[in-house]
Unconditional design. Structure first.
Lengths: 242, 242
């Protein structure tokens, strides 16, 4: 956690917040670590308002049960978003945390999680897709990368209606790539933004699914002969956009 | 596991292997999955000899306790290595598995795990650094990416002797980059190989450490304002080499 993020709900006065949840636990853990900063009252730490500005705050109280922080000047803009729409077939639920945290830390602000023939149907019933949990993964990504702007996550359980009715509107003026091991074109080293990147499930999108994306203007690209896990392909591909 | 890797020790005759360890468990797990291939005797699966050729094998026996495979023609070369030497400050031990597995799946064949001022000394005592465990992580990376060539991992517990005495010989004719959040130069979208990429610990290399690397010809590069975890920076950076 490189920045403590807060929202209106944490405020105890117009310029003071109190937190007692995982953020407190994280600060305590850092305190146990010798190399960590000092969190005694009077010291500053980096804070940011979710979807707002960043700056610093002064610890006014630090107890076993809560930490109170007086908000210093919050005048710093969060870093510029990475203008990439990431479309991924619903991955194994236990990978969702890592995928959202990591992709958020890379600056992505729009996710579409879609169905695909090779997605195990039971994945859609996973508690990992619970809004509160997803939100927490996104926050962890922001806290890592020092950012405040929460990404939007759209869950699309039906491939065809999404691709036919919604996707054309999402794609306007974007460079669109679908990662596809059998594609003939090597993925470009630099992907120009704004971009849309689609990544299939383990085993890849089916030929039908790829053809639907290509019909919309997606270019099929490969990352070489090696079969990469989805969670590896995401930073490799989106890392090419900056 | 997209390929079953074996070595001399698994052979029960000149052209037959028997496995009963984690590889058997993995095949069983795939069998439970409806979308998995059929492993009844007579069926083929992809096999490869560690540090050797790849091809297919025919299952001759599949029981609760072992699987026996008759080796088919092994005539396929493994994919070309990624000519990148990856130098990383020893990460948190619980991340080693993921880092080695992922970097190996990207085709890296040479790792130097080095010390740095901000590396917690206790990390060097971690059982995760046990040769057998490290080897297993590397194998998992090869099994994912369909490759047979085991990477070499060098553990260097002393920064200065490594950088002063060994590193100059490793670097010859390589493009050398050190990821450094405070660097002024943006990391190039395409990193030309052969390359050497150095990534510091959480919190980064110290100024002294960076200056030692720069004196050897490393270029300090940044991936932007966002602070990325080491495990995210690795695929982003090495993914730029292919």
């Amino acid at each position: 956690m490189n920045i403590l993020l807060f929202s209106e709900i944490d405020k105890i006065s117009h310029n003071e917040i109190r937190v007692s949840d995982y953020r407190l636990q994280h600060l305590k853990k850092r305190l146990q670590n010798n190399s960590a900063p000092d969190f005694t009252p009077g010291n500053r730490l980096r804070v940011g308002e979710i979807n707002g500005l960043m700056g610093s705050g002064v610890i006014s109280c630090f107890t076993e049960h809560c930490v109170e922080i007086e908000l210093g000047p919050l005048i710093e803009q969060p870093p510029k978003p990475l203008d990439v729409v990431l479309i991924i077939a619903l991955p194994r639920p236990k990978m969702l945390k890592r995928i959202f945290r990591e992709a958020t830390s890379l600056g992505i602000k729009t996710f579409y999680i879609i169905n695909s023939y090779k997605v195990d149907k039971s994945y859609w019933k996973s508690p990992a897709l619970d809004t509160k949990k997803l939100n927490h993964y996104l926050l962890e990504g922001l806290e890592q990368s020092i950012d405040t702007i929460l990404p939007a996550v759209h869950l699309k359980r039906l491939f065809k209606p999404f691709v036919e009715d919604e996707l054309p509107h999402i794609l306007q003026d974007r460079n669109c790539f679908v990662a596809h091991p059998e594609a003939k074109t090597q993925c470009p080293a630099a992907i120009p933004t704004p971009a849309t990147i689609a990544i299939g499930p383990e085993g890849g999108f089916t030929d039908y699914e790829v053809s639907k994306l290509i019909a919309l203007g997606f270019e099929g690209v490969t990352l070489g002969k090696r079969i990469l896990k989805v969670e590896t392909a995401i930073p490799v591909l989106t890392g090419r956009c900056f």
